[in-house]
Design a protein around this ligand. Sequence first.
Ligand code: AMP
Ligand code: MG
Length: 414
Amino acid sequence: MLSVDEAYRAIVAAIAPLPAERVSLTAARGRVLAEDVIAREAIPPFDNSAMDGYAVRVADVAGAREDAPTTLRLAGDLPAGANPAGVRVEPGTAVRIMTGAPLPEGAEAVVMREDTHEHADRVEVRCPAAPGEHVRRAGEDVAAGQVVCRAGTPLKPAVIGVLASIGAAEVLAVRRPRVAILATGDELVGLADALGPGQIRASSSYALEALVEAAGAEPIQLGIARDTRADLAARMAEGARADLLITTGGVSVGDHDLVKEVLAASGEMAFWRINMQPGKPLAFGHVAGTPVIGLPGNPVSTLVGFELFVRPAIRKLQGHAHLRRPPVRASLAAEHVKRGDRRQFLRAEVTWEVGGFVARLEARQGSHQLSGMARGNALVVLPEGPGRYAAGDAVEVVLLEEIESYASGHPDAE
Ligand code: AMP
Ligand code: MG
């Protein structure tokens, strides 16, 4: 039996990032950049005004005061987008200039409109200006010729903005993984079917599709395989056309748990037991070169296995350097006794209180009780071996959701 960390390392070591493709900047959102991008253009591309105001010469306004303004003659008007050719700030003059407009020749600084008063063809300036004041220099954000983004950078919104600012209409980005989802079990039916005797919904298939999508990959539903070698082999072969195949159920020691056997016969079964609870029976292998993660059938085990192994595997395919959510520390709201040797992942509701995160364990901790996980927003990680925990003890928690979901109190009370 492997430890959680051994299994994690074995899985991510067996998976390589997907090839890259040149795509539009819009299509690249959320992916990982696969090239160093060099700025052909400087940002800003030209010296420009940081304020709405007046472009001036420093010497002209050196003596300007609130109670002793300097009067300058207006020699032009430069809105944003204007061509400054032919506009010049001569001694004794100023040019009206708006934020983002190019600095005219002869200008050394910009005086804010708030420190001036304009009438007719003159402007009174009520304060002096330092050289370069309220001027944004060409290239002071990004210099031309500089590497703006390195290969491996996740294309988050601010990075998309930087790339757009230098005119990168297309970028080389790692391809979006296609992840096939295969449920197994004679008892399973889909949402469109009526429940017969002994049947349940293949609920995990729907949850997994949502998780794959949330991880930035493309889910491919392969439906429900019957518990026969032939059906499993045929559908796993189909799943091997994706970049990653995940299956649910059929990996334990039951009479009809055939996933491991078919995996071994169709390709390679590397290991199938992990020292964790829930989710001990979890198989990893390959079919036709495609990695296969056989998740356990109980829905909570399925989702915990996804978080610990599938999500990192998807991120590895996507070219990310950081694969796992780092755990944070929380204090337990109530005492807890842990039995058993396995590392435990308990479903909890974590809130951010003054002083840190607080974790309340859900009442329903059965691996078949997905409602406990649905109510919660985190996993409390308790280390291998038995343990007694008092209220207030610090534990590790994996936060599964967006940070807003940890706000305490009434939703609008922030
Ligand atoms: P198994 O390992 O195949 O025996 O499955 C363990 C338990 O999980 C059984 O109670 C199955 O009915 C249940 N199960 C298996 N697959 C799914 C699924 N896709 N959705 C919900 N429950 C499932
Ligand atoms: Mg089964």
